[in-house]
Each structure stands twice: as C-alpha cells, then as structure tokens.
Design a protein around this ligand. Structure first.
Ligand code: AMP
Ligand code: ZN
Length: 493
C-alpha cells in the first residue's frame, strides 16, 4: 500500500495543504533558532523538539531533508545581558551557544545540517540590504537602514494584520519616528553605538537588525525559495512577517511554500518566557527526568496546540516510558537470538505502523502517533503474557515483527533510542535518589532472602520480600538471577 500523502497546516493559507517538494525527494527546512543570551528553557525545547520530530519523520518517509537552524548571536538582548555581566557580547553568545548545544544533545535533538550565526553572515546581510535599497524597498537614514513597509504590498499577509490598525494601536514609544518615514518601518541595519559589536558597511559601522539575518541565512543555505519554515507562534509577527517582506522584496520570489508555527509551552497559564522569568531550564528538567520522557511529554499534544507544563505530567511521562521500555526488555528476553522459522503471523502487526504513518502524515499529529504506539505495546504485552494463540512459533514470529515495527517507530519519532536495560537502570537510579531508598539495605535484604530460600525457610523469604515492598522495592526472580525495581510512583495507564 502506498504511504499516506503528507498534509501540513500552512499558517499563510490557514489550512492544511499537501506537501509538494520543490525538488522531488528533497526538502529544505529553516527553523528560527535561539537568541543566545541565556539558558535554553523547556518552552524553547518544546518548539525545537517538534521540529526535530518533524524532520525525523520526513527522513523516515524517505525525504532527503536539509535542516537549517540559526543562532541569533547579535541582538539587543544579548548586548544588554553582556553589558550587565561586563562581558563581550559575542563571547557571551558563544558561551550560550556551547551550553545550548550541550543541553539539546542531552535531549537527543539531532544537530541541524547547518547552524549559521549572524556574526558569520554579515557580508550576505549587507548584500541583501544593498539590494533592497537598489530596488527602492529600503532607505538609509543617518547610519541606519529601514525597510519601507508601505512600499511592499504583501506586508502582513502572514499575520493577516492591518497596517493602519497597527499604527493606531501602537504605544507612544513605537510611534517615535527618529529617522523613519513611517512608524512601522523596521530596521535592517543599526548604526553603531558605544559598547556594541559593529561591522563596516556602506552606511558606516553598525550591526544588523533582528529580522534580516534569517532572510540572509535562509537564502544562503536553502536558496531564495524553499519548502518549509518553522518557529514558535510568537514569531509570526513581526519576525516572520518582516522576513517575508525583506526576502520577497529582494528576490521577487516566494520565500517559502509552507509556514509552520508551534504552540507555546505554558507554566501556570502564562507562556514560559525568558523575559517573564517563569522558566524551567532544560538543563534542570533533565536532572529530574529522562530526555525521552520529556520528549514523550512534548509529543502528548499536537505541535500547534498549547501545552501546560507540570511536574506531575512530566513524572507521568517517565512512568509511561518505563512501561514501554519494560515491555521491550521483556520481549527482547523472549525473542532475542531465536529463530521462529517462516510462516504466518498473528493479526496484522504492520497495522500499527500504518496508523502511526497516517497520524504523522496528517499535519504531524503527535498524539495520534502515540496512540498507535500504545496499540503496538499493548499487543506486545498481550502476546508475551497471555498469547491468544497456542502456536509458539507464530507468537515468536509476531513478536519479532512487532519489535521491528517498534524500531521503525523509534526512528520516526525519536523515542526508544536506548538499550532497555540501560534505560531502566537509569530510571531506577533516579527513583532511588528521589525516594531516598537505601540501596545497601536492598542488597542486604536480597542476600538474606536468598539464604532463607536456600535453607527452605520460605516464610522468612516472604517476610523479607514484604519488608522490601514496604520500601517500594519489588523483587523479580529471573533465569539470570534476582533483580529489583522501584514500584512506580504512579499508575502506568
Ligand atoms: P528565542 O530564543 O526566545 O528566540 O526562542 C527560540 C524559539 O523558542 C522560538 O521559535 C520561539 O518561538 C520558541 N519559544 C519561546 N518560548 C516558547 C514557549 N514558551 N513555548 C514554545 N516555544 C517557545
Ligand atoms: Zn528567523
């Protein structure tokens, strides 16, 4: 059966549109990256995880994806933070780029194919501004250069805002003209001020405005028209609107075929944001929970919907991941290295992959894909614990087929990248730390129980088992010996 056609909600058209690559089999995607003046928080991480999952799925579907995500390393907020810390702004940004890379690696995000920086793109930025001036879309004024919004007829076509409404709704500060012709004209180039990083340009020393960087970098690495452009909802206006105006006025071509915007991660009803200060740093979250559990939590909601963060949701996500990994461990134990021969399978294992594919093809319906995973793991458990058929070889073959599908699903979604036993041990370590379990006491209990069993004192062995259970420790006797796990803090349903 042919795989389902992919349809994506395009913010420009406000509807789902078929994905038609500019070049067959290839896709270029540009995602606006972080402004590196502080630590990446889990709100940023949600957006980057959404696009990471989207890229993984598109690759899983066979597309050759070129994924570009920039670093904004020249910006008002960076300069302000550097001045406060009495540091060089570019050095401060370089520091937070390194920390961002460490944190997103810990979250298992794929490194983009290109991660350009503003400070490395100045010649291209200057060239595009020169082109805009030559085309009459921008003007220089006292060392600054502005984009003239009223000269570009398509302005606000993404956000569907109205220019006159914007002007009448603007605050006093936004209405100050300085050297602008219109209060809504925005800066492409800002004349150098003391203490700010600056570069030579035809308009004197200065630095780029915020939006022009993405126009220059996307054109440099993906061409003047490309397939997909992503970011969080907050970027629609003014950032993406201004990117469109700059790029399209300069090239005369459509900037990109599909605009994708991710919903916010909220904390207690407000958008998690560096400026509000209500942030949970990614690094701190990853001290508390496993990276895949955090990814699982993000995927429980459609990428365009708001998602509320709570410690309980995160703990629930890790418990759910424990159920998945425990299932994989159990199944591996049953089937690994065994040959069940050729022959019929029980049921239709491929069905779960089709369900996952259909959900993801429909505007990347993450919760739908997780629903397909639940079905798959339910089937794995059923077949392992209570097989509905007597034919052991058939059960074995079906388990192998389902295990293979779980591997494919892990490629498409970026989950289950770990060895089950490793993941489960790390989970146990975190629980031990969280609940303050005395591991030496557990080991001693297990040894004493073993002695009691050898001496056939089963009453004593049971008493020790119960004593450990009171410490939330469950003992499991396996062919490889006695192991233990911490009883889940939450139900796994
Ligand atoms: P910034 O570093 O603030 O430029 O943000 C980097 C990316 O994170 C952008 O795509 C933002 O839209 C996104 N972002 C910022 N805050 C949140 C949030 N609370 N939830 C989801 N995405 C966010
Ligand atoms: Zn951008």
């Amino acid at each position: 059966m042919a795989p389902p056609d992919i349809r994506i909600f395009n913010t420009m058209q406000q509807t789902k549109v078929p994905l038609v690559p500019l070049n067959p089999g290839k896709l270029g995607i540009y995602v606006c990256g972080p402004t590196v003046y502080s630590w990446v928080h889990i709100g940023n991480a949600r957006t980057f995880t959404s696009f990471d999952t989207i890229v993984r799925y598109l690759r899983f579907r066979g597309f050759e994806v070129r994924y570009v995500r920039n670093y904004t390393d020249v910006d008002d907020k960076i300069i302000k933070a550097a001045n406060e810390a009495k540091e060089d702004p570019i050095a401060l940004a370089a520091h937070f780029i390194r920390e961002f890379e460490a944190d997103t690696k810990a979250l298992h995000l794929l490194p983009p194919d290109v991660s350009p920086k503003v400070s490395d793109t100045i010649p291209e930025i200057v060239a595009i501004i020169e082109k805009l001036i030559a085309r009459g879309a921008a003007y220089a004024a006292g060392g600054d250069v502005y984009f003239e919004v009223r000269k570009y007829p398509g302005y606000l076509k993404l956000s569907k805002k109205n220019l006159d409404d914007l002007v009448s709704g603007a605050g006093e500060r936004e209405l100050v003209l300085d050297s602008k012709k219109d209060p809504m004209d925005f800066a492409l180039w800002k004349a150098a001020k003391p203490g700010e990083p600056s570069w030579d340009s035809p308009w004197g020393k200065g630095r780029p405005g915020w939006h022009i960087e993405c126009s220059a970098m996307s054109a440099k690495y993906l061409g003047e028209t490309f397939d997909l452009h992503g970011g969080g909802l907050d970027l629609i206006f003014p950032h993406h609107e201004n990117e469109i105006a700059q790029s399209e006025a300069a090239s005369g071509k459509t900037l990109c075929n599909c605009w994708m915007h991710g919903g916010f991660l909220d904390l207690e009803g407000a958008k998690m944001s560096k400026s509000l200060g209500n942030v949970v740093r990614l690094r701190d979250a990853l001290q508390q929970v496993d990276a895949e559990a955090l990814r699982f939590f993000f995927l429980t909601t459609h990428y365009r919907q708001a998602l509320s963060f709570s410690d309980k949701q995160l703990a629930d996500a890790e418990t759910r991941m424990e159920y998945f990994y425990e299932t994989l461990r159990k199944v591996d134990e049953r089937v690994e290295g065994k040959d069940f021969g050729q022959g019929a399978l029980h049921g239709d294992p491929e069905r779960f992959l089709r369900e996952l594919d259909e959900a993801m093809a429909d505007d990347f319906n993450f919760p739908g894909a997780l629903g397909a995973l639940s079905g798959l793991f339910n089937e794995l458990n059923q077949l392992t614990d209570k097989p509905p058929v007597k034919d052991k070889a058939m059960v074995g073959r079906t388990l192998l087929a389902l295990r293979d599908i779980a591997k494919k699903a892990s490629l498409a979604l970026g989950l289950f990248e770990d060895k089950p036993s490793d993941w489960l041990l790390r989970r146990r370590d975190r629980q031990v730390a969280r609940l303050g379990i005395d591991v030496a006491k557990v080991d001693a209990g297990i040894a004493a129980r073993q002695e009691a069993r050898v001496a056939k004192n089963f009453q004593e062995a049971d008493r020790i088992r119960a004593e450990l259970k009171a410490m939330r420790v469950e003992i499991m006797d396996t062919p490889a010996g006695t192991s233990w796990k911490v009883l889940s803090e939450l139900p796994t349903t």
